[in-house]
Design a protein around this ligand. Structure first.
Ligand code: CTP
Ligand code: CA
Length: 221
């Protein structure tokens, strides 16, 4: 019954999803990144595909398997993810920002390996563009869902993101607990929107993905 419910409502819908981590080069050897595995995003891709949606998946570094039925676009860094999202956003019905985008990149990426001269090294970082916030500013914007990875003041931070980015839904992800969240197979999240605050109990990322989409569909489709 549950699967059926998702099926009818997502059939033919165009969904664009970002997932995984981005990698910002410091020199040819080193980079800045984070622990995101892309697993949660991939379960959202899989559930959308099973429900008949037309999915574009823009992915960075992932430790999970791609769905061969989505249009898969590989990127390395945050600027490339930004560009590919903007290239593909027209006519999308739903945008899901599940990627852990690096907030900063190196101001001057070195062409040659930085040598170890045993002295302090200062790296200057510059902020990356906020993909989700910019998609939410588009004139014809899709319904937008973001994720908030938090380690403290979770509800307050997530609610601020919902408001400040202008998105419709934020999925609050508690990443302070090492047993779920980043790079694991289980997750525990809270679905937040203007009208809803619903906790989704700890479960496999597959089940959590279905629950997220079930609530999303009820509210928006
Ligand atoms: N996001 C994005 N582009 C960025 C940074 C974040 O699209 N440059 C998206 C993420 O995919 C996620 C949401 O914004 O859906 C929130 O990401 P998060 O890192 O939790 O929020 P930030 O606004 O970057 O704030 P902070 O890292 O300081 O908590
Ligand atoms: Ca961030």
């Amino acid at each position: 019954v549950f699967q059926q419910f998702i099926s009818t409502k997502l059939t033919g819908k165009k969904v664009l999803i970002t997932l995984g981590s981005t990698i910002e080069a410091i020199d040819p050897i080193r980079f800045i990144s984070n622990h995101s595995s892309g697993k949660m995003g991939m379960e959202l891709v899989n559930t959308c595909i099973e429900s008949g949606a037309l999915v574009t998946c823009i992915y960075g570094n992932i430790t999970t398997t791609l769905n061969t039925k989505s249009n898969n676009i590989s990127i390395v860094n945050a600027q490339q993810m930004y560009d590919k999202v903007m290239d593909n956003i027209t006519n999308q019905d739903i945008f899901i920002a599940c990627a852990a985008v690096s907030d900063f990149s190196a101001k001057n990426t070195k062409n040659q390996k930085i040598k170890n001269d045993r002295r302090n090294l200062t790296l200057e970082l510059i902020p990356n563009k906020d993909i989700l916030a910019d998609v939410c500013k588009l004139k014809e914007k899709p319904i937008c869902m973001g994720f908030a990875a938090e380690t403290q003041n979770m509800l307050k931070n997530a609610k601020n993101k919902l408001k400040n980015k202008g998105c419709d839904v934020i999925i609050l992800n508690d990443v302070s607990n090492a047993n779920f969240g980043f790079n694991t197979d289980e997750n525990e999240v809270t679905f937040l929107s203007k009208n809803l605050n619903k906790k989704i109990a700890k479960s496999s990322k597959k089940k959590v993905a279905k629950k997220i989409l079930e609530i999303f569909i009820k509210e928006y489709l």
